[in-house]
Design a protein around this ligand. Structure first.
Ligand SMILES: [Zn+2]
Length: 207
């Protein structure tokens, strides 16, 4: 697992180099007389603020950044890199009373059970192939395992148009939908699964 905190603080060239290993699971280093390929299969997790001061969209604090400053900050991450990240989510600040709340969320134990069951489903689905998990499905497998009904199809088409999703993002939405359905223990992809997966393409809306 590779965790990059404050993603826009990395140089753009450094970030662009990640595109090959993210896509192919290996990295090729070329020098004048030779080139070598090394395994580089990892899960990328990255965090960034919504703007340089960090308060954009926060209802309790005033963001001090100008529009060009915000644009410059966000532009450090290229569209093609964003495109290669499966899930983008916004994490709003947690209000104090919720921090102190006694209400319990999903326990780690029940989440573990859910994840193991979803993993088992994927092992059965891809038995005998090198795919292994939903995230690694090739386009042909996406078509086979992520069939949509008419309303799912219409929803995805609308999102493609409105968010300007690329063909890569289109397949990513379907792979993520497949995992959401697996976590819910459902065989068929439903509109709610597609809609949740589209909701995870947060950054496509800004680029
Ligand atoms: Zn700001």
């Amino acid at each position: 697992m590779l965790f990059l905190d404050e993603l826009p603080e990395f140089s753009r060239t450094t970030l662009e180099v990640l595109r090959q290993p993210l896509e192919e699971g290996h990295v090729t280093i070329s020098r004048a007389f030779s080139s070598s390929t090394f395994p580089a299969d990892f899960m990328l997790i990255a965090a960034l603020n919504p703007c340089p001061c960090g308060y954009r969209g926060d209802p309790r604090r005033r963001c001090q950044c100008s529009v060009p400053q915000v644009e410059r900050y966000m532009n450090k991450i290229s569209g093609p890199l964003i495109d290669r990240i499966d899930i983008h989510i916004e994490v709003p600040p947690v209000p104090f009373r919720e921090l102190r709340s006694q209400r319990e969320g999903t326990s780690s134990e029940s989440m573990r059970t859910q994840v193991l069951a979803a993993h088992r489903r994927q092992q059965e689905r891809f038995a005998g192939s090198s795919t292994g998990v939903n995230a690694r499905m090739r386009h042909k497998e996406v078509r086979k395992h992520c069939r949509l009904d008419a309303s799912g199809e219409a929803l995805l088409k609308q999102a493609m148009r409105e968010l300007g999703l690329s063909a890569r993002a289109h397949d990513k939405v379907l792979r993520v939908s497949r995992t959401i359905a697996d976590l819910a223990g459902e065989e068929e992809l439903q509109t709610a699964h597609i809609s949740e997966a589209i909701g995870y393409r947060r950054l496509d809306r800004q680029f």
